[in-house]
Structures are given as structure tokens and as C-alpha cells.
Design a protein around this ligand. Sequence first.
Ligand code: GAR
Length: 199
Amino acid sequence: MRLVVLASGRGSNLQAIMDAIDRGDLNAEIAMVISDNPEAKALARAAGRGIATEVVAAKNFQSRQEYDRALAKLIRDIGPDYIVLAGFMRLLGPEFIKQFPNRIVNIHPSLLPAFPGLEAQRQAVEYGVKISGCTVHFVDEGMDTGPVIAQRAVPVAEDDTAETLAQRILKEEHKLLPAVLQLLGEGRVTVTGRRVKIT
Ligand code: GAR
């Protein structure tokens, strides 16, 4: 299974994927890591492993559509089995999404459909929920609305801040994302409408 990973920042989920590959828990190859942020630590992590990297920065494009077109072309030329959004903070437009139906996977730090969008962990703390978690889902044209593949629950402590909760959720993200990618690689994930079955 060949993957393209899109990441905007720290890249700890990318690291978890690379580590799972190294351990032999994930049978995959990362063909390229692409970022919208030239400063992303994810790029350095990838380069350190000899993985090809590319920056597609918004400032070089006139419009969202142009950005999405350039990104889609780059990815089409690579022809990965899956595109993994690992902390990719840009919303991809419908033109992009349509080209890769059920081929784009995102990790989100809440139990969707609760707390979509930015700062999900802060939203959870401020709402006062007792359980949050993380979700790996296929990407559709909405914001964090695509079919859910897998979720892990994480308790919220009474004295949690957004930061302490984010740390606890992140530990689960690092297990969940590689595990889901392995299931995809094994062809064990089927989607019917919104419902995802793991066999
Ligand atoms: C992760 O917590 C991921 O779930 C979140 O950004 C963080 C990236 O961390 N993604 C979103 O909020 C997407 N809406 P990382 O760069 O260390 O993997």
C-alpha cells in the first residue's frame, strides 16, 4: 500500500505511521509527505527518513481551486492507494475530494460528530464532556463529516486543560491511525453509504 501523507505541523501522527512501518505493524510505503507549511516539523521528520517531501503553499496560488488543482495533480502523478491527512489544517474543496472517493483518510481529535473543526480538544473541555477521544474517518465534502472508520474514547479529567486533554488524546491517535491504515491495506474496510464495516 502506497500512502501520501499531508501534514501542516508537528507531524507526530506522521511519526506514528513511520514508526509502525519500521516495527512491521504497518505494511505500507510513504511515497511522499506534502505540507502547506514550509516550516512544518513533519517535513523534517520525513526527510530524516529519506521520504520525498513537497511544499504546496497557499501563498503561491490565486484561489482555493487553484491550490486544490495543483495538489490533486501532484498526488495523481504519485498514484497512492490512500491519502492520509495527519494534522493537515486546510479544508480541501469538493473538486479535490471528488477525485479520490473513499481514498482520503483524516484523523480528528474528538469523537465525531461532536466538536468538528478547529481546537476540538478545547471545545470538549469548554463544553464539559466527560469522555472525548479521536476519530479516523473518510473525507467527504463536509467539514469532518465523512464516514467514520474507527474511534477511541478518552476520559476527560475535571482539571483538564485543552493541552492536557490533547496530550491524552494524541496517545490514542498514534495507535489508532496506523491500525486503521493497516486494515485499509488488508482490504478489510468496506463502506456502504455512511456505514463502514471492518471484516
Ligand atoms: C492532531 O491532534 C490531529 O488529530 C489534529 O491536529 C493534530 C496534529 O498533530 N487534527 C485536526 O485537528 C484536524 N482538524 P501532529 O501534527 O503532531 O500529528
